[in-house]
Ligand binder design. Structure first.
Ligand code: ADP
Ligand code: MG
Length: 687
């Protein structure tokens, strides 16, 4: 049960003044559903603005407040594509464009009637020959000179929210903060000169106060480490069962290739773990295409040889299906019974599956999260394999897997090459096997960066590629914060390409019904369709060796890890593969370097290390684009700086007070609930 002291923080945002269903929606888009979310919605930056009488008084890049009179509204030629511009002028007649992307134009239409004067606050830039302010922070009717004050916080917004509205909500949330017991170890606390939790949140909204931000980041890291350690301790406490395979199934595998040294080594490491009673907790890290599937199959066959069952959890239906088909084909000579269970299995089919699992007729179950529903009972689950681990709330899944009467062994697999310094933060104290050797015969992927405005050439290139009988992917980006817009963009691209390529082309995105999606994937995998247009849903796992061209639009908007994964969809067969990264016209220096890095290397581990360097602090861990950032508060720099101490602190606490019953232990429980790592606490009940 959540400690009562946290109740005001977990109240819904609608309990705040001025928040009704209408405002709740844009808040939800930002992930703000409870009061605590708003309190923790820290400013992205702070601005100091200057009030100016004339645009000539300001330099580019400066934050200003200026009175402007609207002269004209210019909608984009192509609705939904390109920005909406409002032209305005200052008293001296200098012209400035106010630029809006996406549906922010609705706000612009309301706020800036032609012929009227408004006070506009924002960052003055230049676009071509014109001065512009992109998404002004404030547009006010009456003199807004008061905005020219020090350090105004700037919050991340979504459509339907404004800075003043959000600031108002933050102020209300801050008033509701309780005093929480201190969970940080006293030595650490005084050494770092940190404020209390409550003060830290207040301070973090006022300026870029270093110690306050660090303390809040430390809290998050501590909570994460504690939860991971609790899972680990729980695993040690539970007795598993040693799985000793006699090799009789594995001997019958007829693989069309020789295993790489790295694959053999990883299988040996896994086999060693499985022979112990303590449940295995191992991470298999291997770049896209490094051959993780066959390693997983070997591990699962060991479980089956030992008379137990194995389950493989995939992040999406598409992947589950593909794994199922690959495994079934590979394992056919072994006679192991493999089944597929997704959320879509209904009625008799589902009943049949469930019976087979309970009776033990099914040896290996492949599926999406549906395989861990309460209604799914195994006869004797010995091993759980989790594919693309980073897609799930890391250790949460591990605790899920720990449901059986005897704790099953767990093998997690990821293709996201995580820098060494961050493995601990992401995965806690898991043992790691690395597939650092690609199967032989892989050709380097020819990666090129191409300006987006050469898209006609690119389409012509795709046409030649398809005409030669090969297949291609076309990936549309996640553009703004709105999934609807992204899908609209993908649909528009699909429509345009379809005119050119006719029925040879399919579309896949997250909002399609699963049957439609699968049918499209199948047409592509079978070669019936030549071009697959997709949003990032194809990011993980999909394997079509005859697809040898990958086009990625607005590549600069992707995280490097994501680009690397996407690119890994090609270069899987023996044919030469090409990856075209289309970039927009306004590319930052870092953006250029990042794309150059992609061109230069295909080594995922190196990309991860260098991306970390290039991005530096200030950016969240994980890819925000896919909504799966591991931490909400701590940025990369803080993770590197503070994680070692937080982890050591967590370890010490668990060693001394594993049940979290001391005064500090109780405070730590509050922390775990606050960061919703309470599945860590649940594990304490049993022990
Ligand atoms: P991952 O899941 O690590 O991205 P897969 O397991 O899907 O990679 O393997 C990618 C491709 O490489 C598959 O077509 C697989 O059959 C093939 N493969 C795996 N191991 C080897 C090997 N040792 N030699 C040649 N091909 C291999
Ligand atoms: Mg895979």
């Amino acid at each position: 049960m959540r400690p009562d002291i946290l109740n005001p923080l977990f109240a819904e945002t609608e309990t705040l003044d001025g928040v009704g269903p209408k405002m709740a929606r844009p808040l939800e888009k930002l992930g703000l559903t409870r009061v605590k979310d708003i309190a923790y919605h820290l400013p992205e930056r702070f601005v100091t603005r200057r009030a100016i009488a004339s645009l000539e008084d300001a330099s580019e890049g400066e934050q200003v407040i200026v009175a402007l009179t609207t002269t004209e509204h210019r909608a984009p030629y192509n609705p939904g594509r390109g920005p909406y511009r409002v032209m305005a002028q200052d008293e001296a007649g200098n012209i400035c464009a106010l630029t809006y992307f996406g549906r922010a134009s609705y706000t612009a239409k309301k706020q800036l009637p032609v012929g009227e004067k408004r006070w506009v606050a924002g960052r003055l830039d230049r676009y071509g020959d014109t001065l512009q302010i992109v998404h002004p922070d404030h547009v006010e009717k009456d003199s807004a000179a008061h905005l020219a004050r020090m350090n105004e916080p700037v919050y991340a917004l979504s459509e339907g929210l404004t800075q003043p509205r959000l600031s108002g909500l933050v102020a209300q949330a801050l008033e509701k903060l309780p005093d929480l017991p201190e969970w940080i170890e006293p030595g650490q606390f005084s050494k770092s000169d940190w404020p209390s939790w409550r003060d830290a949140i207040h301070l973090a909204h006022k300026d870029m106060h270093g110690p306050a931000r660090d303390r809040l980041a430390y809290d998050e890291l501590l909570a994460n480490s504690l939860a991971l350690l609790l899972v680990r301790a729980d695993g040690r406490r539970r007795r598993g069962a040693a799985l000793k395979g006699d090799g009789k199934l594995r001997d019958r595998l007829a693989l069309p290739f020789e295993m790489t040294g790295a694959q053999k080594r990883s299988i040996a490491e896994i086999e060693g773990d499985l022979q112990q009673e303590a449940p295995m907790l191992r991470l298999l890290q291997g770049d896209v295409g490094s051959g993780k599937t066959v390693v997983a199959l070997n591990a699962m066959l060991i479980a089956v040889e030992a008379g137990r069952q194995a389950a493989l959890l995939a992040p999406t239906e598409i992947l589950a299906r593909q794994h199922f088909e690959t495994l079934q084909a590979m394992a056919a000579p072994t006679g192991a019974e493999i089944a597929l269970l997704t959320g879509r299995a209904k009625g008799r089919e589902r009943e049949g599956l469930l019976m087979g699992l309970m009776s033990g007729a099914i040896d290996i179950l492949v599926g999406t999260h549906a395989i861990f529903q309460d209604s799914v009972a195994y006869k004797d689950l010995g091993l759980v394999v989790i594919d693309e681990q980073h897609r799930f709330g890391v250790a949460q899944r591990l605790s899920l897997a720990a449901k059986g009467k005897r704790a099953p062994h767990t093998l997690a697999m990821t293709a996201t090459p995580i820098p060494r310094s961050l493995t601990l933060a992401q995965y806690g104290e898991m043992d790691v096997s690395r597939l650092d050797e690609l199967p032989p015969g892989r050709q380097a992927i020819d990666t090129r960066v191409v300006a987006q405005d050469r898209i006609e050439d690119v389409v012509a290139g795709v046409e030649r590629h398809l005409a030669s009988g090969q297949q291609a992917y076309w990936v549309c980006p996640m553009v703004r914060d709105s999934e609807v817009d992204d899908i609209a963009a993908a649909e528009a691209r699909y429509a345009a390409l379809k005119e050119r390529f006719g029925d040879d082309i399919v579309l896949v995105h997250g909002q399609l019904r699963p049957e439609v999606k699968d049918a499209a994937m199948e047409r592509f995998a079978s070669g019936a369709a030549k071009l697959l247009v997709a949003t990032t849903v194809i990011e993980v796992g999909v394997d079509v060796p005859s697809a040898t061209l990958m086009v990625i639009e607005q590549a600069e908007r992707f995280g490097l890890a994501q680009l690397h994964q996407l690119r890994g969809r090609v270069g899987r067969g023996s044919e030469k593969s090409v990856c075209l990264l289309l970039r927009g016209s306004e590319l930052s220096e870092t953006g250029k370097k990042r794309l150059a890095l992609m061109r230069e290397t295909q080594d995922g581990f190196r990309i991860a290390e260098e991306d970390l360097e290039l991005r530096g602090g200030g950016e969240l861990l994980g890819t925000r684009q896919s909504g799966e950032a591991a931490f909400r508060i701590a940025d990369l720099e803080q993770v590197q700086k503070l994680l070692p101490a937080a982890h050591a602190d967590a370890r010490l606490l668990i060693d001394r007070d594993g049940g979290l019953t001391s005064e500090r232990g109780e405070a730590a429980r509050v922390l775990l609930y606050l960061f919703e790592r309470d599945w860590g606490v649940q594990l304490l009940r049993g022990g």
